[in-house]
Design a protein around this ligand. Structure first.
Ligand SMILES: *Cc1c(COP(=O)(O)O)cnc(C)c1O
Length: 453
């Protein structure tokens, strides 16, 4: 049976029952629901075009942060979007606005924020980070927002949008982050962005080590955990456990349910520890907000219309996978296990080397070239990346490439001749639960493809 077929009866009966609710308001003449032959043709075309995608569903896709949502999210989203509530305001979708508040309450519990806090879902991590930086600028209008070179590029760009100064914390000589430089320049800094789970290699920046000094100087701390946030569930088992334990001390936190929360795209979140920052979002609107005196979601968000379906999908998913070690935590553990296993397999091989041991579930590695030069690593990595993507569907391997500064690479591998300013490595995000049982095959395919080059 097709992987989605088992769920079709419940989707079908739920849509039928929703229709009963619709017709309580009286039968109407339906417009636009009749041209089925054409719809069928168009959907056929669409299906064919979708097959132009890489196999995001399959563990052989071990490239970027991409995977299909869990069926519970798919069903909840599909059903809800036929109603199409708008979580801009309570008027736009009373039930889904409630679901949003409930879902964000689970996220707040997970990070350790106590009531009252402020939080809501967003269309993604970029807009969620923009809100955090907007509040940061309102609080410290004359000071810079600082982030490491490993932070997501959105922070630098959003500082331009906000017309506020961005300070990139320089790298150390070996490519790490020079946190000492930050500490020596705190008088110029209003807010520091700490990334927990960098987009490149899944590094967890040392929140717990930075907090005392930042607190002492009244510097705000924004944690960008768009990718890594759900690792908090299993934080106590990770080498970065002390940093995860300090998460509740951050002033604001971004977490993307559409990355590790099993959701379709269109679901990020932002939380503020101090709810009074809601005053920065304050506005009067003659159009909306007539049903309740509660603070409306639209009053604490830069975005106006937002899909109630996203809230419904995330809410439903949390019913099935609570944010506990035996809930979503099992998925998170499985990804870390997969990455560790893949790391060990590659380390054992005399054909591959890992850039370093993964902290979460992202790994950078490279085929060992005959001559020890960076350009040969880049050439081999790129060739392997292409060979994997071009192989027959059942033998394929879909990876991503990762460019590193030569000095960062050479700090770990000084024996390689730096004949180029950068080196291109292979990168794999092992974020699917299907990866754990597949990593041995992944490593096998890497070797087979390399032998053929
Ligand atoms: C993905 C990501 C973002 C951007 O979020 P989108 O949901 O893609 O807009 C920001 N920061 C980090 C650390 C990320 O991994």
């Amino acid at each position: 049976m097709n992987r989605y077929e088992a769920y079709l009866p419940i989707l079908q009966s739920s849509l039928r029952e929703l229709d009963d609710w619709r017709t309580q308001y009286g039968e109407e003449q339906l417009v636009g629901f009749t041209d089925t032959p054409q719809i069928i043709d168009i959907i056929q075309d669409l299906r064919e075009r979708l097959e132009g995608n890489y196999p995001f569903h399959h563990p052989q896709y071990a490239g970027q942060m991409l995977k299909p949502p869990h069926p519970i999210a798919w069903i909840a989203y599909t059903m809800t979007m036929t109603v199409n509530p708008n979580n801009h305001a309570l008027d736009g979708g009373p039930p889904t606005s409630e679901m949003e508040k409930e879902a964000v309450a689970r996220l707040a519990e997970m990070v350790g924020y106590e009531n009252p806090y402020l939080g809501h879902l967003t269309s993604g991590g970029t807009i969620a980070n923009l809100e955090a930086l907007f509040v940061a600028r309102e609080i410290h209008p004359q000071k810079a927002i600082a982030a490491s070179s490993k932070a997501h590029y959105t922070h630098r760009r959003m500082c331009r949008v906000l017309n506020t100064e961005f300070m990139e914390i320089p790298d150390t000589h070996d490519g790490g982050t020079d946190w000492n430089y930050l500490m020596e320049n705190l008088d110029k800094v209003g807010t520091v962005v700490v990334t927990m789970g960098t987009t490149g290699l899944g590094d967890v920046e040392p929140l717990a080590d930075l907090l005392p000094e930042l607190n002492k100087h009244g510097v705000r701390v924004h944690v960008d955990a768009a990718y890594g946030g759900f690792f908090k569930i299993i934080g106590s088992q990770l080498p970065s456990s002390n940093h995860w334990a300090s998460l509740n001390e951050a002033d604001s936190i971004v977490i993307d349910p559409h990355k590790h929360g099993l959701q379709p795209y269109g679901c990020g979140s932002i939380m503020f520890k101090d709810p009074s920052v809601g005053s920065f979002f304050k506005h009067d609107s003659p159009y909306t907000y007539f049903t309740s005196d509660d603070l409306h979601l639209g009053e604490i968000s830069l975005e106006c219309s937002r899909a109630g379906a996203s809230a419904a999908a995330f809410w439903a998913t949390l019913q099935l996978f609570p944010l506990s070690e035996d809930g979503l935590g099992e998925y998170m553990t499985s990804t870390v296990t997969a990455a560790k296993l893949f790391y060990r397999l590659l380390e054992r091989s005399d054909k591959f080397e890992c850039f370093k041991e993964p902290e979460l579930d992202i790994l950078a590695y490279f085929p060992i070239p005959k001559d020890e030069t960076l350009s040969s690593i880049s050439k081999l990595s790129t060739a392997l990346f292409q060979a994997g993507a071009e192989a027959a569907p059942k033998e394929g391997l879909h990876l991503s490439l990762y460019k590193l500064k030569a000095k960062e690479f050479n700090a770990r591998f000084p024996e390689y001749k730096a004949d180029d300013e950068t080196v291109t490595l292979l990168r794999s995000v092992l974020m699917k639960p299907e990866h754990e049982p597949f990593v041995t095959k992944l490593a096998g395919r890497l070797h087979t493809l390399l032998d053929k080059l």
